[in-house]
Design a protein around this ligand. Structure first.
Ligand code: NAI
Length: 408
């Protein structure tokens, strides 16, 4: 019988036309021959398709997880059976997490791929022995890019990194639609509660928050947004959502989703104000948006269910999903983003890796944008895959758009 991990990978592969097209070219051209790629990503089926694409391009690939709770062990096993060095394990402790990162670095990668910057951080602080051989890197998520830009501002980033997250073909789709759908799907599968009619509080109205808020409303939820940025708050208001501070929202919300990439969003100031039965979840990269430590310290009792910890505070029940880690990946039923979305994000990754392999030595240390032509190329591949056709600018339109001399 086929391995369950292998079945998951094959299921994902059938809905990844863009990555598959890149893989076919990589198989012929071997643009990554001689490269050793070290990766720290969520190890699940779509990521496995990226790993195999890079291996098809001629690279040796070494991978571990980027979150202690997001690895799917059967997929990790299928990768190992296919000859990939995979060190990820679901539910690892902090020591095991960094030991696995070190194993990836022991391979002396020439290129790295991160989701959250843990590999790059480790290389610059504890594993400087591997720095000289690294040509460059790619970073998948908003939080990783924030950390990298802070590092660059301090003059500490020592090689070029492509900001995969920042390109339209990633964050327009992945952060908005991928996070939006998968966060709600994971919450519904874990809790079995109805969203229609519920007050859903979304903290942060960035790309992820907008996706969660819009899709929750589509399911009939009454959505409240909290923000610290006045323009994003106003955008939420004009999009038809109620906007209020978390202190106010805490009293009203039935379900909370944090999507800020910031720390201390729901804390000991808020929990005592909440209704009994409130469900709390986080979609931001790290588990510091909801103060789980406060809950553990102040609860009279804790009940554990699969993916849900219930804290009894002043006789009220506050439910925290997936220990406050990425709810779309870290609940037992969380499968991460829908496949089609990761097809685009990982197509950007694959082409960015090829770009670093080709041009990394000529790029300065620091964060670099994905080249626009590459992004457009991926969009065209996807449009072709869905059978959509594009209009083209006529010569007259090109001239009109580039002129300042046309008036009434
Ligand atoms: P973004 O920068 O577009 O949005 C974040 C928003 O949160 C901003 O509008 C900001 O003003 C707001 N914010 C910051 N501090 C706040 C506070 N104290 N209260 C209320 N709002 C606050 O970032 P994006 O792309 O939406 O990413 C958000 C987080 O989600 C990051 O940590 C990112 O790495 C992560 N992410 C998670 C994914 C998943 O699969 N769950 C997928 C993609 C990104």
């Amino acid at each position: 019988m086929t391995h369950t991990g292998e079945q998951k990978i094959q299921w994902a592969a059938q809905y990844m036309p863009v990555l598959n097209a890149i893989r076919e070219r990589f198989e012929k051209e071997k643009p990554l021959a001689g490269q050793r790629i070290g990766m720290a990503l969520h190890v699940e089926a779509k990521t496995a398709c990226l790993v195999r694409t890079l291996a098809a391009g001629g690279a040796e690939v070494y991978i571990t997880g980027c979150n202690p709770l997001s690895t799917q062990d059967d997929v990790a096993e299928a990768l190992r059976e296919g000859g990939i060095a995979c060190y990820a394990k679901r539910g690892c402790n902090t020591e095991e997490y960094y030991a696995a990162i070190d194993k990836v670095l022991d391979a002396r990668p020439t290129l790295t791929i991160d989701d959250g910057m843990d590999l790059i951080n480790r290389v610059h602080i504890d594993r400087r022995d591997v720095l000289p051989e690294i040509i460059g890197a790619c970073e998948e998520t908003t939080t990783g890019i924030h950390r990298l830009r802070a590092m660059q501002a301090d003059g500490k980033l020592e090689f070029p990194v492509i900001a995969v997250n920042d390109t339209p073909m990633k964050h327009y789709f992945d952060n908005v639609h991928g996070t939006g759908e998968s966060v709600l799907a994971s919450i519904m599968l874990t809790t079995n509660v109805l969203l229609a009619g519920r007050h859903v509080v979304v903290a942060g109205y960035g790309y992820c928050g907008r996706g969660v808020a819009t899709k929750a409303r589509a399911l009939g939820a009454r959505v409240i947004v909290t923000e610290i940025d006045s323009r994003r708050a106003l955008q939420a208001h004009f999009d038809g959502f109620d906007v209020m501070s978390m202190i106010e929202a805490a009293k009203v919300g039935d379900l909370f989703v944090t999507t800020t990439g910031n720390c201390g969003i729901i804390t000991g100031r808020h929990f005592p104000l909440m209704k009994s039965g409130a469900i709390l979840s986080n979609a931001g990269h790290f588990n510091n948006e909801i103060d789980g430590i406060w809950l553990a310290e102040h609860a009279a009792a804790v009940e554990h269910r699969d993916g849900i910890d219930t804290y009894i505070i002043d006789g009220k029940k506050i439910h925290l999903l997936a220990e406050g880690r990425l709810v779309n990946l870290a609940t037992p039923k969380g499968m991460g983003h829908p496949i089609e979305v990761m097809d685009l994000s990982f197509a950007v990754q694959a082409l960015s890796v090829e770009y670093v392999a080709k041009f990394g030595r000529t790029l300065s240390a620091g964060v670099h944008d994905v080249p626009t032509e590459m992004d457009e190329y991926i969009a065209r591949l996807k449009l072709a895959a869905v059978g959509a056709t594009l209009d083209e600018l006529s010569a007259e339109q090109k001239e009109y758009m580039s002129s300042w001399n046309h008036g009434t």
